[in-house]
Design a protein around this ligand. Structure first.
Ligand code: NDP
Ligand code: 8X3
Length: 246
């Protein structure tokens, strides 16, 4: 029987690439995201692979539990929905942006996990793949709350593994570095030029690269848990510590 993956944030970037990739490999999809018209487009594009589309804002706790809480036979939950907003230093940042990142990247991910875990426990089978980020391990100026939310994803993933011992439910934190999607357009609030500069003259990861990694992760033998993967473009690496000199 075909396996089912539920993807949060399937309307763009990594989530959309995962939908297309998993569909091509014969999986069944449950696709969520706020932009219903994009979900409809994917539904039409991927036809028989789509089990259900669920327009959903992961920040809405009631909606998440109402829509996802009664689903069954979900083999993989891909907690992908997320965003960065702004790159300002922490003393200038818009506090609403911080709250939106916390509500989406932390609380939304927790709601989806909590809503879907009981059916995995009941079936003694399942896999939760959380999309973290290099920003969860490596600080950079302006990364402030965004990096903090992804550090949460990293540690939450580890703690889920500790809870789930004995239940055959796998958990992975997949932490990509710079990847070209709508991510920067969202971060810079629709400033397409500023977003394009992020990827100018360099070869970033592509959403397809992340989809291939997710597919590899969930297709390891049943006794193997990939705890974490960090991936970057070859064109990205760490710099030295910064020194202030007055
Ligand atoms: P995109 O902006 O292309 O996609 C983000 C997806 O998240 C969209 O489908 C969007 O759907 C969904 N989303 C955002 N907010 C909500 C919400 N409140 N409820 C439901 N869905 C939501 O970016 P990426 O594909 O690059 O990002 C995917 C994940 O990868 C994020 O968690 C991001 O932090 C992470 N990441 C990205 C990296 C990069 O460089 N691109 C690197 C490392 C990690 P909609 O707007 O329709 O709701
Ligand atoms: C996205 C990667 O470096 O823009 O998580 O924070 S970065």
């Amino acid at each position: 029987m075909a396996k089912t993956i539920l993807i949060t944030g399937a309307t763009s970037g990594f989530g959309k690439a995962c939908a297309e990739y998993f569909a091509a490999q014969g999986w069944q999809l449950i696709l969520t995201g706020r932009r219903a018209e994009r979900l409809e487009q994917l539904n039409a594009q991927l036809e028989t692979a789509v089990r259900q589309i669920i327009p959903l804002d992961v920040r809405d706790r009631e909606q998440v539990f109402e829509q996802l809480g009664s689903l069954d036979n979900i083999d993989v939950l891909l907690n992908n929905a997320g965003l960065a907003l702004g790159l300002e230093p922490s003393w200038k940042v818009n506090i609403d942006d911080w709250e939106t990142m916390v509500d989406t990247n932390i609380k939304g991910l927790m709601y989806c996990t909590r809503a879907l875990l009981p059916q995995m426990i009941k079936r003694d089978s399942g896999h939760i793949v959380n999309i973290g980020s290099t920003a969860g391990s490596w600080p950079y100026p302006g990364g402030n709350a965004y990096g903090g939310t992804k550090a949460f994803v990293q540690q939450f993933s580890r703690n889920l593994r500790a809870d789930l011992l004995g239940h055959n439910v796998r958990v992975t934190n997949l932490a990509p570095g710079m990847a070209e999607s709508e991510f920067s357009e969202v971060r810079f609030k629709g400033d397409v030029e500023q977003a394009a500069k992020v990827y100018q003259g360099t070869e970033a990861l592509l959403p397809q690269d992340i989809a291939e990694a997710v597919f590899w992760i969930v297709n390891r033998p049943a006794h193997v848990n990939i705890n974490a993967i960090e991936m970057m473009p070859v064109d990205q690496a760490w710099g030295p510590f910064s020194i202030n000199r007055d």
